[in-house]
Design a protein around this ligand. Structure first.
Ligand SMILES: *Cc1c(COP(=O)(O)O)cnc(C)c1O
Length: 409
């Protein structure tokens, strides 16, 4: 342990430039959040709670205005009635797509939990079962395949162009806001009708710009990830064009009721406080990721991204190359957690995932991955996907435990 602490101290000196850069982004995004709170005049009475239908919930409404300000979007839907990111993505897709519409993913196959939603994997309730068609174009050397995309979208029969930024359980790189901006500009030269939708999970506040600012129409993310700041007990957000948010609201609740209903059930203060903390919590998660990347590379493992690469999301991959090290490391992260630290993580089947998955999630909120967490499907090349860390200090302590369990002195 002492040797590991020593190695950690030395490592921190070597990543000082990266840590300083993260501080700069945290400061910028904190100002963005504070400005929005002040502009919308968030007050104590917004910590109200409604029950039942949830009509006239001024706290819920101010939260959605604050989100719109932060994302520079026309409107927002920020609700605890969304179970998680997957649910918000599902409601958005079902809200916007109609039978015979074509959904085109241009970032390859979407995240595992969306396979049954889209119908890539058969399910009686999928979009496909309603007659929504799906096509995809893969990435090319970690960039968009511009030639194929422009060729496909210029015929104007595509209803939705879908982009997932974070890599999910794949080996590709995550997609930067600059690349999103570039591809949208190119698409809009030949197609001005398709709805451009972004899965923004894990990317919020990692950089200074968000997807609506670079021309996307709708953007979705989870509140048990970045923007919940570790405080939101559940929920997700959707931001974007007013008419699209309206359609999604009507799918979340009921046609004719839409955004007007939805009781906040005491969550308003938690969502506001979580958002307020989010820039700094995302900063802690990023610092933990950079340190993890540096140390595991020093210890001989392949990592992605490298410590000095530009970051798009809070996810750190460690490519273990064998199941034993992946399992040990993940167990170590669990042992370094505040909750259920005595549980020994095991690989098991998970709903929505094809392979057995091992997960370390000693979190206050079940499944929360803005809290230090680590997971990986048991398949080649045995990659751990680590993310989160509510504070940098707890992130470092978790990392030390994982390295110890890995048998590193
Ligand atoms: C986590 C994640 C989701 C799903 O979010 P949940 O909140 O876990 O349902 C979707 N897409 C990507 C890229 C993700 O990382």
């Amino acid at each position: 342990m002492n040797d590991l602490m020593e190695l950690m101290k030395c490592s921190e000196l070597e990543i000082k430039t990266q840590l300083d850069n993260i501080d700069d982004i945290v400061f910028y995004n904190s100002k963005k959040v504070l400005d929005a709170f002040q502009k919308e005049n968030v007050s104590e009475y917004h910590f109200n709670s409604t029950t039942g239908y949830g009509y006239n919930d001024c706290g819920r409404e101010v939260i959605e205005k604050v989100y719109s300000d932060i994302f520079k979007s026309e409107d927002a839907l920020v609700r605890g009635q969304f179970i998680s990111g997957t649910h918000a993505l599902t409601v958005s897709l079902f809200g916007l797509l109609r039978p015979n519409d074509i959904m085109l993913s241009i970032s390859g196959t979407p995240y595992d939990t969306l396979h049954e939603v889209i119908g890539i994997k058969e399910n009686r309730s999928s979009l496909k079962s309603f007659g929504v068609k799906y096509e995809e174009i893969g990435l090319l050397d970690n960039d968009f395949d511009y030639k194929k995309i422009l060729e496909r979208v210029k015929t104007n029969d595509i209803k939705m162009i879908y982009i997932q930024r974070s890599k999910g359980y794949s080996t590709r790189k995550s997609i930067s806001i600059e690349l999103i901006e570039k591809v949208i500009k190119e698409i809009r030269k030949v197609n001005d009708t398709a709805i451009i939708m972004i899965d923004n999970c894990y990317c919020e506040f990692v950089t200074k710009k968000e997807p609506i600012e670079v021309g996307s129409d709708v953007c979705v993310g989870s509140l048990i990830k970045n923007l919940g700041g570790g405080i939101a007990p559940n929920g997700a957000y959707v931001v974007g064009k007013k008419e699209l948010i309206e359609l999604i609201g009507e799918r979340l609740t009921a046609p004719g009721e839409g955004k007007e209903v939805g009781p906040s059930l005491g969550m308003n203060k938690l969502l506001l406080q979580g958002l307020f903390n989010a820039p700094s919590v995302v900063g802690s998660a990023l610092k933990t990721a950079v340190l993890t990347s540096f140390m595991l590379e020093k210890l001989g493992y392949d990592v992605e991204p490298k410590y000095n690469e530009e970051r798009v999301d809070i996810v750190q991959n460690i490519i273990f190359g064998n199941p034993e090290d992946l399992i040990k490391y993940t167990q170590g992260i669990q042992m370094g957690s505040p909750i259920d630290s005595n549980a020994l993580a095991q690989a098991s089947d998970m709903p929505g995932y094809d392979d057995k998955v091992i997960m370390a999630a000693g979190a206050f909120t079940q499944g929360s991955s803005i809290e230090l967490s680590c997971d990986g499907p048991l398949r080649e090349p045995y990659i751990a996907y680590q993310q989160g860390g509510l504070t940098y200090e707890y992130g470092k302590l978790g990392l030390l435990k994982a390295l110890e369990r890995l048998g590193k002195k």
